[in-house]
Design a protein around this ligand. Structure first.
Ligand code: HAM
Length: 415
């Protein structure tokens, strides 16, 4: 028996209900903030990710699904969305149309990671990118949007952590200080941290190994080395968050796993998922456009793991939509019954019926199975009276009503 590949999964039943609910909620929140949907390809030229995300990152050095196509081009299944969106922004000259492009997307991403609960090799992200403006209030507005989104999902026990990772200028100064601090401790650090020490010492602060965590207590932190511009940006972003009433903590050790970040970096973390607790993460990335060959386009964005959010979602508050099951009983009711189904559907309400026209009992069972709110029972008598017996499946009450009244009830209840 062929099974799904390790790290991939089928999403169905309650899981897809939650998944869709997360996506719909995110779309609603960000559409109301002026964000527009964009779909970009799931694979890109490998060079895009190497240059955009950074050769020294775990993602590029260990986790990419890279392959050669028939034309001997090196292609990669996208490990994240931001680089592709920025490529698309530059390629289509979107800056010509508007100063600020506000885009959202969702879909599968691919990383060859060690599989754990909440960590997959194919997973889905909902992401948002605002490209063209360098305002710290845009950072704050975006984090506020993320906060509204997670509130709408009614998620609790979340912590919004923010930090500033500065700009290449101030990071250079900080990097020296950090190397100075780490040097005498190097022998006690893990193998990965030795590599990080050489390639990207900031990532040493993000190491999950206990010994490394202990050794780096008291390490110098980036926000103490910010240049004047970066400090001002950070202060104003915090001011924006305060005005929007977004609760946050400053995590001076927050460094992101992708090289493109500048200034504001943030993560929203739950305690419910153990080690894979980050449900949403992002920040500003003012230099990505240039790194992949474009002009200078400052930008800020985030992505949320849809599966991770689905895992901690407790209730799915679906739109108050009422389901109707139309039980069509006997040959003489078929034509009229189907015209009722047609009318209900054309008014935009939910309707299902049994295409096998089985017994009343079997059809009532189907109505229960789909958790119908109302069952309309239509036999010869009802056809003659141009109506149906409408049964409220919760209370069990039932009475005859004509079709127009029934459609009005369904419309009213589905509002
Ligand atoms: P990231 O931190 O790599 O950032 O991923 C964002 C979120 O995707 C994570 O917080 C997590 O919820 C989810 N995620 C990541 N890897 C996995 C995995 N293997 N399995 C399940 N979920 C996962 C980015 O991808 C950036 N592009 C975010 C961004 C957008 N920054 C600016 N704009």
């Amino acid at each position: 028996m062929i099974q799904a590949v390790k790290g991939t999964k089928d999403i169905f039943n309650e899981d897809i209900e939650k998944f869709d609910y997360v996506v719909k909620t995110a779309e609603r929140v960000f559409q109301k903030m002026g964000y527009k949907h964009i779909i970009s390809p799931t694979f890109e030229e490998t060079a895009l990710f190497k240059r955009g995300i950074g050769e020294g990152t775990d993602i590029v050095s260990k986790e990419m699904y890279t392959f050669e196509d028939r034309g001997k081009r090196s292609l990669t299944l996208r490990p994240e969305g931001t680089a592709g969106i920025m490529r698309s922004y530059i390629e289509h000259n979107m800056s010509r149309d508007e100063k600020l492009s506000k885009l959202f997307y969702w879909g599968p991403m691919f990383r060859a990671e060690n599989v754990q609960a909440g960590r997959y090799r194919e997973f889905n992200q909902f992401g948002v990118e605002a490209i063209g403006v360098d305002s710290p209030y845009l950072d704050a507005e975006l984090i506020h949007g993320a906060y509204i989104f997670l509130n709408e999902l009614n998620l609790k026990e979340l912590e919004i952590q923010i930090n500033s990772v500065g700009c290449p200028e101030c990071r250079k100064v900080y990097r020296e200080k950090l190397l100075e601090f780490l040097q005498p401790k190097l022998e006690h650090l893990c193998k990965d941290c030795h590599v990080r020490y050489e390639k990207n010492p900031l990532r040493v602060l993000d190491c999950k190994v206990d010994r490394c965590k202990e050794e780096t207590v008291g390490a110098p932190v980036m926000i103490d080395y910010l240049c004047d511009d970066c400090r001002e940006h950070f202060d104003k972003a915090k001011e924006g968050l305060d005005i929007f009433g977004v609760p946050y903590v400053i995590n001076t050790r927050l460094v992101r796993g992708l090289d493109y970040y500048t200034n504001t970096a943030f993560e929203i973390v739950t305690k419910k998922l153990g080690a894979q607790g980050t449900v949403l993460a992002g920040g500003r990335y003012n230099n990505l456009a240039e790194q992949i060959g474009g002009k200078h386009f400052p930008a800020v964005g985030f992505a949320a793991g849809i599966e991770r959010l689905s895992m901690i979602l407790e209730e799915v508050k679906l739109k108050a939509e009422k389901k109707a099951f139309i039980a069509i009983i006997g040959e003489e009711a078929k034509q009229f019954g189907l015209s009722v189904v047609k009318n209900i559907r054309e008014t935009g309400c939910y309707a299902e019926f049994d295409t096998e026209f089985r017994s009343v009992k079997a059809q009532m069972k189907s109505a229960d199975k789909i958790k119908a709110d109302f069952t309309l029972i239509i036999g010869g008598d009802e056809v003659a009276k141009n109506g149906a017996v409408i049964k409220n499946m919760k209370t069990g009450e039932q009475e005859f009503k004509n079709i127009d009244d029934i459609i009005n009830i369904l419309k009213e209840e589905s509002r």
